[in-house]
Design a protein around this ligand. Structure first.
Ligand code: SF4
Ligand code: SF4
Length: 94
C-alpha cells in the first residue's frame, strides 16, 4: 500500500500565477484562532502556522477537497473558489 505522499506525487498541478483560488480573508483573525485547525487538516499542507502566531496560505498543490472551507467554522475566514478552467489539480498520473 502506498503512502499518501507517494500517491500525491502522482498528481500534477498547474499554478494560476497571481490568482490563488483560496484566500484568508483577515490575517488578524488567524492570529486569534484558538486551534488553527487548517494547519493540520489540509491534506496538501497549504496552511502553515508561523512562530509569530500568523498563518500563511499557499494554494500551490491544493487538492480542491474543500476541507479548509468547512473546518474554519469559528471565524469563517476562508474565501474559497474553484480554480479557473485549465488550472489546479490534475489527478491520477503515473
Ligand atoms: S481555521 Fe480559519 S481562522 Fe483559524 S487559522 Fe485557519 S484560516 Fe485562520
Ligand atoms: S481545499 Fe483542501 S487541499 Fe485545498 S487548501 Fe483547502 S484543505 Fe487544502
Amino acid at each position: 500500500m502506498s503512502k499518501v505522499e507517494e500517491k500525491l506525487f502522482q498528481d500534477r498541478y498547474r499554478v494560476d500565477v497571481g490568482r490563488p483560488h483560496i484566500a484568508i480573508k483577515n490575517a488578524e483573525l488567524c492570529a486569534q484562532c484558538s486551534n488553527q485547525q487548517c494547519t493540520v487538516c489540509c491534506p496538501a499542507g497549504c496552511y502553515t502556522a508561523e512562530a509569530n502566531g500568523r498563518v500563511v496560505l499557499s494554494t500551490d498543490g491544493c487538492l480542491e477537497c474543500g476541507t479548509c472551507r468547512i473546518i474554519c467554522d469559528e471565524h469563517r475566514n476562508v474565501e474559497w473558489e474553484w480554480p479557473r478552467g485549465g488550472f489546479g489539480i490534475l489527478f491520477k498520473f503515473g
